[in-house]
Design a protein around this ligand. Sequence first.
Ligand code: FAD
Length: 430
Amino acid sequence: MTEVVILGAGLGGVIMAYEIKDKLRGGGNVTIINNGPTYSFVPSNPWVAVGWRKTADVTVELAPILAKRDIGFRPEGARRVHPEDNRIELNDGTELSYDYLVIATGPDLAFDEIEGLGPEGNTQSICMVDHAERARTAFDELVRKPGPVVVGAVQGASCFGPAYEFAFVLDTALRQAKVRDQVPITFVTPEPYVGHLGLDGVGDTKGLLESAMREHHIKWITNARTAKVAPGVMHVEEVGDDGAVKAEHELPFAYSMMLPAFRGVAAVAGIDGLTNPRGFIQIDKHQRNPAFPNVFGIGVCVAIPPVGKTPLPVGVPKTGFMIESMVTATAHNIAALVAGEEPRAVATWNAVCLADFGDSGIAFVAQPQLPPRNVNWSSQGRWVHAAKIGFEKYFLHKVRQGKSETFYENLALDLLGVKKLKDIHIEPAE
Ligand code: FAD
């Protein structure tokens, strides 16, 4: 029997398990390894951080669901992948062998690269649900004792949508608590302009986001390198187009949430041929690692080069729809290999994002990622908030049901009027 192992039970890994199980039609065993027993819906973390959701609302106990689908589950987590011997060492000292491995570990959060950054230092995070819970406690304290807020992302980050989203969600939550008038908000970002998003803008994201920030009284600093974070003071260097420092800012804060840079997780970092210097999984257009062709990568853990040059490092986002298309392509390709055929499915890697403001929001679609594009569209409205709630409900329903339909294909793309987007492209057989 073919053994397929999936490393990581996040947004990509869980649906990967469901899709490959369906595709192999009983002709293979599927096992998923995760750090811990639960799935957690990361896009809801901004809401957890202001008390609009509880952790229990957005997490799912995986063991019973996976057992029902006859998918093996190892919640011990992986210590190290050994691709040259097709095996994985788990944190409890046991090992698992595979014929095909799909790496879906998401990011390691590089807080240690900046002094004072992160929940163990002086800023909050919304990258994990337990971080978001802690950020909620700090938010409650902010409501009790209002003061300045600094929100944004540091140099090397690749996830700007959630940074903007959180600035607007915070603005809404502080207005609801009737203390917004005592909380000046500054948005700090390494992007060369507001709305760049690691994609050199999509449609008019620059105009839409600048105008929304003006309307919501959020000031911003772009081309901003976060030098260090002391208790209550962020030290920021603003650089020019040549990368030279043109201004230094000391930003006092009562509350701060900054997204860190991402890198690959320790279990795969530094494996020659598998990962790049930052620890991201190297893949070809079939999601397959060139050095170890029975290993595939999906989601935030894969290496994607930046879109053009910027004065400070700005990464490309890997959003839900893009990840779902990577999953579908990988399921096709592994099934083809098992059947003795060549992999032919190519994920389109379209960037679709809904950035919620709490009462309204901004949506964008970039197809393909690199400009010039066939679809380069952004829009603002109350419907975005509703669509994001739909995304959460539908995705959690899908995980709980053990089903692998694609949310964006079925609902969001209809709403966005871009149904013509395909999730994958199948190359003709030679
Ligand atoms: P993850 O969902 O992070 O899952 C990785 C899994 O791997 C985790 O369960 C982790 O425990 C596990 N793992 C890690 N290391 C190991 C190991 N050694 N052994 C075993 N398991 C391991 N995208 C959107 O499209 N819309 C949004 O609204 C949106 N909001 C976001 C908000 C935030 C705050 C962030 C950070 C991202 C957001 N994204 C959003 C981007 C993206 O969709 C999510 O980050 C998504 O969760 C990425 O999926 P993933 O499967 O790659 O990684």
